[in-house]
Design a protein around this ligand. Structure first.
Ligand code: KG4
Length: 338
């Protein structure tokens, strides 16, 4: 009998639902929240209210698009954390209610596991998926981690940021340039037109596999401050070069530790995940490095880089195979590790 999992994601500002049958994606619906744009960041209270409005139509659409009946579901997987508590509560409560109504079990999913396992989402039966063990570079607005993935349930964090995440570095630097939130995609777009060697920004010197991005952020800020004193139009005149130089510095920092992790572990497969893995420069740098080193690279489709329920469904699928379900008295958690 087929295993059909409904995934529900509501950890931040995207309400998403997806259906996966035997590991193959049937539908993935994402409702993004525009309400935060004018505030320059996600406003938690507005996010949970928007989730409340979106969750019913989003789940309904995902089930209809999948061409299944809701009574065909084997289980409902939901993001339990980490994330914004109010947002998580909406998805968690909805999953519990629907599961009671349909008489199917619920499966709690660690959002970070979802990102790491997103490479197992197949849209076609013969899509290739990673072999264990592999290294996943998980880079988002809240995380920058190098993870050794030994199995769907056994993951070891080899290194992580000691301050800002890579996405924060993109977003905060974009903000001081006057770009809209989230700034990462704007930097990516501008960088395509700029000279990555034009400006030099500070890179961290940290032993081991940990990251740091706060020094780069300060160095970027000081470059702007010093140059604006000489020319008030400095940013406007140099925005492409600033973006390209910032992006290439972030990529150098990311790749430096990734290379070390591969050398240390001897893995043959490298994957990237999280919002920043949508960055064109990051994708190319990882693909080029893997090609040069004869490693297999897994670069996710852009839809699966940001928050989505397909990754929650596939992580739920693995837990379903292991027979690991969740009780109704389990609450969401804002913070949780891999
Ligand atoms: O994984 P995600 O959707 O949410 C979090 O868990 O944070 O990641 C969002 C982050 C933001 O910092 C955003 O600027 C960044 O991913 N991002 C990008 C790009 N697309 C999204 N950063 C650089 N280049 C992009 N193309």
């Amino acid at each position: 009998m087929s295993i059909i999992i409904l995934g529900i994601e509501s950890s931040c500002d995207d309400t998403s639902a997806a259906v996966i049958r035997d590991g193959i994606l049937l539908s993935n619906v994402i409702a993004s929240q525009k309400v935060h744009e004018e505030y320059g960041g996600v406003v938690p209270e507005l996010a949970s209210r928007a989730h409340q409005q979106n969750i019913v139509p989003v789940v309904d659409t995902a089930i209809k698009r999948a061409g299944i009946d809701k009574h065909d579901l084997s289980a409902i997987a939901f993001t339990r954390g980490p994330g914004l508590l109010g947002s998580l509560l909406v998805g968690t409560s909805f999953a519990k209610g629907l599961s009671l109504g349909l008489g199917v079990p619920i499966i709690d999913v660690n959002h970070l596991h979802g990102h790491v396992l997103s490479h197992f989402i197949r849209t076609e039966p013969d899509d290739v998926v990673p072999e264990f063990p592999y290294i996943c570079l998980l880079i988002s607005g809240g995380n920058s981690q190098i993870i050794l993935v030994k199995s769907p349930s056994d993951m070891e964090v080899l290194g992580q940021t000691i301050d800002d995440a890579a996405g924060e570095a993109f977003d905060k630097c974009a903000k001081v340039m006057g770009l809209p939130y989230p700034g990462g995609p704007h930097i990516d777009r501008l960088a395509a037109e700029g000279d990555p060697k034009r400006f030099k920004f500070a890179k961290p010197h940290i032993a081991g596999l940990d990251y740091s991005f706060s020094g780069l952020k300060t160095s970027f800020l000081y470059t702007l401050r010093d140059n604006i004193k000489l020319d008030p139009d400095f940013i406007e005149k140099n925005k492409a070069d600033l973006a390209a130089s910032l992006q290439s510095t972030i990529i150098e920092i990311l790749l430096d530790k990734l290379r070390k992790a591969v050398d240390m572990t001897g893995v043959k497969t490298v994957a990237i995940g999280g919002g920043v893995s949508a960055n064109s420069g990051v994708r190319k740098a990882v693909a080029d490095y893997c090609e040069a080193r004869n490693l297999t690279a897994f670069i996710p489709q852009r839809t699966f880089t940001t928050d989505n329920a397909a990754m929650v469904a596939i992580a739920g699928h693995f837990k379903y195979l292991d027979g690991i379900f969740c009780n109704y008295d389990e609450a969401p958690y804002a913070r949780v590790k891999i």
